[in-house]
Design a protein around this ligand. Structure first.
Ligand code: PLP
Length: 449
């Protein structure tokens, strides 16, 4: 088997995610034969450094020996069992540990099997909580511009990245959208903290006006990942927590992408010292091994559903693979690595090296911003530095970086004109240097194209 053979078979029968399939008439697909650490290897023997953790899921490298061993043990014990009326050791232990390591007050775990479904669970639970408490006038959600919460219709409705959302507009529930505190748009000389604080005012006004009809505010703490890796200051989350309490509206933190150390702390909410009413986790939850997601919430929310069956207050939501035992085991093995190795401290060194190596990029006339939070670093390309005006999207500048990366053994997958790194936490210094250098050469080509 070589690359060409497998690609031909693929194209005969597959339809790939988030892809204009016609692009594959000229853009070669990469069939992966095996993975190890930061590397993915194709059928022709080429290796690619996975600088984006395979869509932000992988934490400790491909085929991690410790996660593999844990999964083998689980495989010989229990692969999956129904979670209604039944339970198993892996899901109980995982829930105990998630309650321990997440922000205070989150003490009940509800499982689903992907990120979008976790968002649906949080939205439905919030609405249903208010209904069970006699507040059935609360039917709406407040969301930030440039946010992303997944692709199912409920999750898409509370998102606002136009590229993914607009086509389906007629199908989506109506949401209240307020400007994002994303610091890219701050005034010259204005700090990110000042800007994010200033941008809280429209949110405060929306809450003041609409609290009576609003179930929850949903945000991606600190980094709007699918929204071009735009970043904002923790002050916004502190103000939002206070205002949500004041106006009696839930706060949903979607840490599906930023959870598990991506922003430098285990959870991004920690940097604001806040605890949400609902915390959505997926992606890194299983170390990038298996689809699993979880929504953590407070005892007080749980209690609003807890009553005699005839009252019909129960949360009658389920997914077939809820609490899958293999997924939970992979998650436990992932948490063991966080517990046994000083991952966050080692990542601070990795993050510092990424910062140092990209520092010179700031001076390039087509680099509008280099921004970083922990293990996420993004370089935004612009047509004109002074006005920060973007390249027309039709030019697909990022694609040049992608192709240059593949030709030079690094998997980069720019979001529009934003080139970013979100590597697995096993990347070493030499690999960081290579990743950054290849990205830089790709950027130089892209802006000259
Ligand atoms: C990826 C993502 C989702 C959706 O998760 P899926 O598993 O792809 O459905 C939701 N929210 C955020 C912030 C994400 O990055």
């Amino acid at each position: 088997m070589n690359n060409a053979e497998l690609v031909a078979r693929d194209l005969a029968v597959l339809w790939h995610p988030c892809t204009q399939m016609k692009d594959h008439e000229w853009l070669p697909m990469v069939p992966i034969r095996r993975g190890e650490g930061v590397w993915l290897e194709d059928f022709d023997g080429n290796r690619y450094l996975d600088a984006i953790s395979s869509w932000w899921v992988n934490l400790f490298g491909h085929c991690n020996p410790r996660i593999n061993a844990a999964l083998r043990g689980q495989l010989d014990t229990l692969e999956h069992a129904i979670l209604a009326g039944f339970t198993h050791e892996a899901v109980v232990e995982l829930s105990e540990r998630l309650v321990q390591i997440t922000p205070a007050g989150l003490d009940k775990c509800f499982y689903a099997d992907n990120g979008s479904s976790a968002v649906e669970v949080a939205l439905k639970m919030s609405f249903h909580y208010w209904r069970n408490r006699g507040r059935s006038g609360k039917t709406r959600f407040i969301t930030l511009e440039n946010s992303y919460h997944g692709e199912t219709l409920g999750a898409l409705a509370v998102g606002s990245v136009e590229l993914y959302r607009d086509t389906y507009g007629p199908l989506l529930m109506d949401t209240l959208r307020v400007p994002s505190p994303d610091c890219f748009h701050r005034e010259p000389g204005e700090s990110c903290a000042d800007y994010s604080e200033r941008l809280f005012e429209p949110m405060r006004r929306a809450l003041e006006r609409h609290a009576g009809e609003t179930c929850a505010v949903i945000v991606e703490p600190l980094v709007q990942c699918a929204g071009y890796m735009r970043m904002y200051d923790p002050i916004y989350l502190r103000l939002l927590r206070e205002a949500c309490d004041h106006y009696q509206v839930h706060l949903i933190a979607d840490e599906i992408a930023v959870g598990f150390g991506r922003t430098g702390t285990l959870f991004a909410c920690e940097q604001a010292g806040i605890s949400p009413d609902f915390l959505c986790l997926s992606k890194g939850l299983t170390g990038g091994y298996l689809p699993l997601s979880v929504v953590l919430t407070r005892g007080g929310v749980y209690d609003a559903f807890y009553d005699d069956y005839e009252k019909l207050t129960a949360f009658l939501h389920s997914h077939s693979y809820t609490g899958n035992a293999l997924g939970c085991r992979a998650a436990l093995a992932t948490l063991d690595i966080f517990r046994d190795d000083d991952v966050l401290a080692a990542n601070r060194k990795r993050a510092a090296l990424m910062a140092e190596l990209t520092e010179p990029f700031r001076d390039h006339p087509n680099v509008g911003e280099v921004r970083q939070r922990g293990m996420i670093l993004a370089i935004e390309l612009v047509r004109d530095k002074a006005s920060r005006s973007p390249y027309p999207w039709q030019e697909r500048r990022g694609l040049h970086v992608y192709r240059h990366g593949l030709a030079n053994g690094v998997l980069l997958r720019p979001l529009g004109n934003v080139v970013y790194f979100m590597p697995p936490y096993v990347i070493d210094d030499e690999q960081i240097r290579r990743m950054v250098e290849v990205a830089w050469q790709g950027i130089l080509r892209a802006v000259e194209a």
